[in-house]
Design a protein. Structure first.
Length: 91
C-alpha cells in the first residue's frame, strides 16, 4: 500500500490538485482524476480499492482504469511523491 511521502503537501480544488514537494522544491499539477487518486491514497485505500473507486466514479471499465492507475502510482513513486507504506507487524 502507498502513502504520500512526508515532505509532500497536497491541495485539491474543482479543477484537480497540486502536489508540492517541499524538499525537492517542485510543484506537480494534477487533473481531477489524479487528484482523486491521491485523495484516496490519503484515506488509506489500497491500489485495488482505488482502481474500483475510479472505475465506478468515472464510469470507466476496470481493466482500463487498472493500467492507468498503476502507471500513475509508479510515476508518483519514481518522483518520490509517494512510497510504499511500511507493513505493521503484530507481536
Amino acid at each position: 500500500m502507498y502513502e504520500v511521502a512526508p515532505g509532500v503537501r497536497t491541495t485539491c480544488n474543482d479543477d484537480g490538485g497540486t502536489l508540492l514537494d517541499i524538499s525537492g522544491g517542485q510543484i506537480f499539477r494534477l487533473n481531477v482524476t489524479g487528484s482523486r487518486i491521491v485523495a484516496l491514497l490519503q484515506l488509506g485505500q489500497a491500489e485495488s480499492r482505488i482502481i474500483d473507486s475510479i472505475s465506478q466514479e468515472f464510469d470507466i471499465a476496470r481493466t482500463s482504469v487498472q493500467t492507468d492507475v498503476s502507471d500513475f502510482l509508479r510515476c508518483l513513486e519514481r518522483q518520490g511523491l509517494i512510497h510504499q507504506k511500511p507493513e505493521r507487524r503484530l507481536l
